[in-house]
Design a protein around this ligand. Sequence first.
Ligand code: MOS
Length: 736
Amino acid sequence: MNAVGQPISRVDGRLKVTGGARYTADIPLQAIVHAAMVYSTIANGRVAAIDSTAAEDAPGVLVVLTYKNMPRMNQLAWSHLRPQGQTYLPLQDDRIYYSGQPIALVVAATLDQATHAGTLIKVAYESSSPAVFDRRTAKEDAVEPPQRMWPLSSSVGDADEAIARADVRIEQTYTLPDRHHNPMEPHVTLAVWDDAGTLTLYDSTQMVVGTRKLVSLVLGIAEDKINVVCEFLGGGFGGKSWSWPHTLLAAVAAKVVNRPVRLQLSRAQMYSMVGHQAATVQTIALGATRDGKLIGIRHDSVNPTSVFDDYVEYAAMVSRHLWRASGGIATSHKVVHVNRNSPVVLRAPMEAQGHFALESAMDELAYATGIDPVGLRLGNDTDTDPYSGRPFSTRALRECLTKGAARFGWDKRAPEPRSMRDGRYFIGQGVAAAIFTHWRWPGKARVTLNSDGSALVEAAAHDIGTGTYTVMAQVAADTLGLALDRVAVRLGDTRLPESHPAIGSSTVANATAAVMLAAKAAREKAMELALTGRDAPFAGAAPGDVIVGDGRLSLVRMNQNITYAELLARNELSNLVGDGNYDPVEEIKGLKAIFSFSAVFAEVRVDPELGLVRLNRFVGAYDAGRIINPKTARSQAIGGIIWGAGQALLEQSETDPASGQFINRNYSGYLVPTNADIPELDVLFVGGFDEEASPLGAKGLGELTAVSVAPAIANAVYHATGKRVRDLPITIEKLL
Ligand code: MOS
């Protein structure tokens, strides 16, 4: 009967596989016209002259917008309270700060006409050589930016003193490349103004509510005159969690031409007109006793950012929280300003980069001390968050390590590098642990019980592809005592109750908690009617005696019941509405430190002549609290492991140092894993109900599963080959 805890298939699965799910670009709008962007081919300088007359005269063209005739927008300072992916606004002046920056927008009757007209625009530049990121000089070039989300540096105890007096020291630099999100669904905005001056944006976004707010501020439109809609996403991975210039351009263009406008980014444009993950250069120093007890950790990270924004990739954050170090832990973050667009979060921001450095260094410490890598980690486990001094709400990291090791068969591993073989291949086995930030965010939801006894769940939250429609239906069904197929869910529209974005792997714990509260409110109203309403069937009974199930209310121990449908009919009501307002204590003010945990185990085989790394098998053990739906959760884990395998072995966005341009700009130049790359993936959930994390007992899961895959693979590669690769991805040439 209970839907929660069951491996329920996606309620939107049929819609998706039959093409019934409308993704943003698929939405048909009457009389829509098409916009095409023209972008700069230089990375630093200014537009000296731009001539758009030929474009304006081209067939089908309605308008050509450049900085000369583009309506002005409101420049905002950066704030973490606003979801602005980049503060530099498009087509407002002649400056060029990055290659691929929009310099003109053509609106025409067809996309081909708009694209063709764009090629007729003549641009002359004044160009200077661009500042590009150089990992070799990153530390000298780095500056301390203003603080963003969290303190840039931290110090508990005296890490440097502890490391200096340690028996065993590891000090290494780990580098990770820029990466792009590359969701299958491109970014797209459809903008429509109605006669009353209301703007509706159909936008591929992880954040309808935030997009409305940002558009309101930048374009000076009241929030109640803006609707933002996104019912389905074809992947986002963080790239769609903030608003980007093209959404603003589409809104303005639609106003200028007084027609609905469709602006879809090409795959190549998605390498410069929306964010990416910044490269990091991370230095780790570990000091430990001879028996492998950490006494000091220092972790410093530098990342490139645009010249106009201080995006900080908080890679060293993980070292503040994961392991105990008796003498002290210090971390810092700096940035290098270069001519590129602003970076942004990418699944899993901070943690996936930081753990590569920390958990590679821990593996190096294991070899330096001669202690088994699993045992080394068990020996440095902690019940208390070293940074805040608060106890962890729940921390099943020990179970992740021990149960994961048992499932993997870690006890059969021969510890020496190059000691395990399968024919001509070297076999390597590696482990890495992870800690992942759990977010507590407010959200609202509404649950409506209909006269036919069905229910509707509504919230301006998102299903980014993870299964939100399904888990919300499960939670509402159980709370109301309805069958799952009697519950419908509507998401992704600012006209629905305000909720939080699909970021930080937070939706099950927070937005779905609001659904539970809303369903409870609706249930209580129904109980009230059953006790005191017209012709009340349970008159005189106590509220605590009423239970729900099978679409009806029943009196405990009595053979008396009434369906929701009958109850509403008897009271001449067309529906009953329950409102949910989940308002958790902010994490920072909580009594407990709340994080998710994992331990992951990789086995690789390496071809010694070719340097080719193949993944043989993988075990992931996760503590994400209570698992609401083991099937969608397992799908998250599989996706996360594959994502991490890409980080480990394939993904890198390359910058041409002369032009400052990202040069991959297509799936053909940016490798991601395919089915043939992925072996058996074994997934275990070892956590339990975490009452501090969420009323549902759940902690964040999705992005956790993408964390520590890369170090587990890198550690396995070291075990196989004796070669320590500290620079991702682990490509063939690094092993020859
Ligand atoms: Mo995720 S990178 O927090 O959308």
